[in-house]
Design a protein around this ligand. Structure first.
Ligand SMILES: Cc1cc2nc3c(=O)[nH]c(=O)nc-3n(C[C@H](O)[C@H](O)[C@H](O)COP(=O)(O)OP(=O)(O)OC[C@H]3O[C@@H](n4cnc5c(N)ncnc54)[C@H](O)[C@@H]3O)c2cc1C
Length: 414
């Protein structure tokens, strides 16, 4: 059997949101590269499927028409007007940003919910084959340091492909082969969550404006249950818990999830006539607080491989796309100067974490609290009328403004 050899300056491993964004941005900069993914697309990814305004902001950097023409018009994207929280004390709180939709300004959704098979495929279709040599169904099995660069051993069905590259970008998710090769894949339970998802049909009591729903069960602190509305009467239903707490209390989250749906006073009536569309699917969430080193000589990490999920919300699609966007700017300078050593990337870590600082702090603070105070804190914070008003009248409107109007600045200097 012959082995195909590909030579390149940059090889991206993984074409999920983080890898695809890196590739799309490199192509916009006119930089040739290779991008490989073990899966053929469309492919599923275990996720809550909720696209936040960070996603919208990066899509607007790529091409604003994606949001206005594709997300808002494709039948597999549900536009959501806001959030509904169900607090540990049973109270319901709805946060919907006030928007001016009377003077011909189209109200802007605060979230979109789309199955990842559809959203990730939409992104992969934006990869520009004038600059990107995209190899799907191609799994990287082994990585070796060779000279000043790397040799990646990949398999596509029974065909072997070896990629010689100066730079490798690990965009291959939480179980990253790049991370394993760099001997950096250690699960830090204090900054990791266990989560699972199950698609359902006809869950009762969904909001007519597609509010995403977050339920904090009183008996299970440091966790939340979600119901995110999808088109066609379907919903992404799931549950996640901080890993350190699940381990400390020996909680099996699959069992906890099933029990909540069957017996919880708030959830059970809503699921009485609903139908599950699949078995539960679990996966880990590597959160930003662990500050994993994300760069080195000839390598960068993006997305889950870099552990950049927002620790307060569990959202990693937007933060992953942000890291890909930022990585492309550092790679552009490397290509221009023909230098791929660690010194070129020292400011990369700062640039990906500077937008996550507040969330990292809040998560550390909240998780240091005793369980009872954690639940009381959520009750007090989210029932507070001043905070609700501030969120809906100021904060959420500011997020929307930023996502549509403010370019993302990347500072390459250390
Ligand atoms: C249950 C759950 C719910 C979540 N809910 C949300 C949510 O609602 N909103 C949100 O924003 N985030 C959510 N997240 C987090 C989000 O799913 C991730 O942060 C996001 O997918 C990260 O994107 P990525 O591109 O880094 O990695 P991935 O999406 O994991 O993509 C990695 C890609 O690498 C490929 N790959 C892997 N190994 C190899 C290899 N050896 N060779 C070649 N290719 C390889 C894979 O096929 C895959 O396509 C959730 C996570 C979980 C587990």
């Amino acid at each position: 059997m012959t082995t195909e050899i590909i030579k390149t300056n940059i090889c991206i491993v993984g074409a999920g949101p983080a890898g695809a964004t890196t590739s799309i941005m490199l192509a916009k900069m006119g930089i040739a590269h290779v991008i490989v993914d073990a899966a053929d697309f469309p492919r599923d990814k275990t996720c809550g499927d909720c696209l936040d305004l960070k996603v919208v902001r990066i899509l607007n950097e790529i091409d604003p028409l994606i949001v206005t023409n594709e997300l808002s018009q494709q039948q597999y994207f549900a536009a959501s007007a806001g959030m509904r929280f169900i607090l540990p004390n049973g109270k319901h709180v709805e946060l919907i940003p006030e928007q001016n939709s009377t003077n011909k300004t189209v109200a802007k959704p605060i979230f979109y919910v789309s199955k990842r098979s559809n959203f990730d495929n939409l992104l992969v279709e934006k990869i520009d084959n004038n600059y990107a040599d995209l190899r799907l169904a191609t799994r990287v099995e082994k990585i070796e340091r060779e000279g000043g660069g790397w040799r990646l051993y990949t398999v596509n069905n029974s065909k072997k492909i070896e990629i010689e590259t100066r730079m490798v970008v690990g965009a291959d998710g939480d179980h990253s082969v790049v991370l394993k090769h760099l001997q950096q894949r250690k699960v830090d339970r204090n900054n990791y969550a266990a989560a699972l998802r199950q698609y359902w049909k006809v869950v009762d009591g969904m909001h007519k404006e597609n509010l995403i729903e977050i339920y904090f069960p009183a008996s299970l602190p440091f966790s939340y249950f979600w119901i995110f509305p999808l088109p066609n009467g379907e919903a992404n239903v799931g549950y996640g818990m901080a890993s350190y707490y699940a381990a400390k209390k020996n909680i099996n989250i699959r069992k906890a999830f099933a029990e909540l749906i069957k017996h919880d006073a708030y959830l059970a009536p809503r699921f009485k006539n609903a139908q599950p569309l699949e078995s539960t699917k679990g996966w880990g969430i590597p959160m930003a607080g662990c500050k994993r080193k994300a760069y080195g000589n000839g390598w960068l990490l993006v997305g889950d491989a870099a552990s950049v999920v927002s620790p307060t919300s569990g959202e990693g699609i937007g933060t992953g796309m942000f890291s890909g966007f930022i990585a492309a700017h550092f790679l552009q300078r490397s290509v221009q100067q023909n230098k791929y050593d660690e010194k070129m990337f020292t400011a990369y870590q700062r640039e990906i974490h500077k937008r996550l600082k507040q969330e990292e702090l809040l998560y550390r603070f909240a998780n240091a609290l005793p369980a009872s105070i954690f639940s009381a804190g959520i009750n007090a914070l989210l029932s507070n009328r001043f905070i609700q008003k501030w969120c809906t009248e100021k904060e959420m409107k500011r997020w929307i403004h930023t996502a549509y109007n403010e370019p993302v600045q990347v500072n390459l200097n250390a």
